[in-house]
Design a protein around this ligand. Structure first.
Ligand SMILES: Nc1ncnc2c1ncn2[C@@H]1O[C@H](COP(=O)(O)OP(=O)(O)O)[C@@H](O)[C@H]1O
Ligand SMILES: [Mg+2]
Length: 289
């Protein structure tokens, strides 16, 4: 397989006493939909945060096109073509959908003398309506603030914004969670289409049938580590759930001629190593920029 577009190697991230990522690996490839799955608290959102420049890792490496990279913030990641739909969507609630689509990169029309920049609102509106239509969303009035839209429409605004600008990798953290059946199908079609453009799409989802229907590959995170990377065509819901929960560890135990790995697998499934929050997070531990 070609070199990954974006890769995490041994990434560590702590929040106070909680070690959310304990040497996590991850890889996204061009033209591929990779699902990132794992139980609640496995570290999925934290990994997305680190790979999209929102969280500074405490250790490990991030590689973009095979070269180590350090994102100083989400704008660095965006400049590198890495777009993200966060689980909380992070939309500007008081702005309308087209304004949200272009937030921070408004289309500017050259003014007279080519110096004075003017926001090209009609072009923004036209592009936005088209981007939403692709996701099966009809905005009756594109000028209403995002706060007045339904949860599903808001989610579609966030997805449209990310896929419109991604040219390398797009992270979608639970993009279909608030959607109805029709919009969900449209978002998944869009996910496929974006990958077919050669972009690496990372889909975080709890919905196993959805994962198996749209993903090419599945990476499983458990207790802050990657525990499996499976081709979607060769796996099953049972295997995915087993990897997520650790219940398949016995079947995964390597043969006795690999004693070191065996010890590692056993250590990993010891209950005291489970990642439980040990203390309330202190506000100062937050590194969300
Ligand atoms: N900002 C934060 N402050 C403190 N702990 C956090 C923070 N974000 C995540 N965690 C903890 O890190 C672990 C991984 O969380 P998260 O990445 O959100 O998992 P997932 O997205 O897989 O459900 C959890 O134990 C969670 O409580
Ligand atoms: Mg999460």
């Amino acid at each position: 397989m070609a070199e990954p577009l974006l890769e995490a190697r041994g990434v560590i991230k702590r929040f106070g006493h909680v070690q959310a990522l304990q040497g996590a690996d991850f890889a996204a490839y061009a033209g591929e939909v990779v699902a990132l799955i794992g139980d609640n608290g496995a570290g999925k959102s934290t990994l997305v945060g680190v790979l999209s420049g929102v969280l500074a890792p405490d250790g490990g490496e991030i590689l973009l096109d095979g070269a180590p990279v350090r994102f100083g913030g989400p704008q660095d990641a965006r400049r590198a073509g890495v777009e993200t739909v966060y689980q909380d969507l992070s939309l500007a609630q008081d702005l309308d959908a087209p304004a949200n689509l272009y937030l921070g990169r408004e289309l500017v029309r050259k003014g007279v003398l080519g110096r004075l920049g003017v926001l090209d609102r009609s072009a923004m509106r036209r592009d936005a309506v088209r981007a939403f239509a692709e996701l099966g969303v009809t905005l009756k009035d594109p000028t209403v603030p995002v706060a007045a839209l339904s949860g599903g429409q808001r989610q579609s605004v966030a997805v449209a914004r990310a896929v419109a600008f991604a040219n390398r990798v797009v992270f979608l953290d639970e993009p279909t969670a608030a959607l109805g059946v029709v919009q969900r199908a449209r978002v998944l079609e869009t996910v496929r289409r974006v990958a077919d453009r050669g972009i690496g799409v990372v889909l975080i989802s709890h919905n196993m049938p959805e994962v198996l229907s749209v993903a090419d590959r599945v990476e499983v995170l458990r207790l802050g580590r990657r525990v499996a990377s499976l081709r979607a065509a060769d796996t099953s819901i049972e295997e995915l759930v087993g990897a997520m929960t650790g219940s398949l560890d016995r079947a995964d135990l390597p043969s006795p001629q690999e004693p070191e790995m065996q010890a590692e697998v056993r250590a990993e499934s010891r209950p005291e190593q489970r990642l439980e929050p040990q203390a309330e997070p202190q506000p100062s531990d937050e590194e969300v920029r």
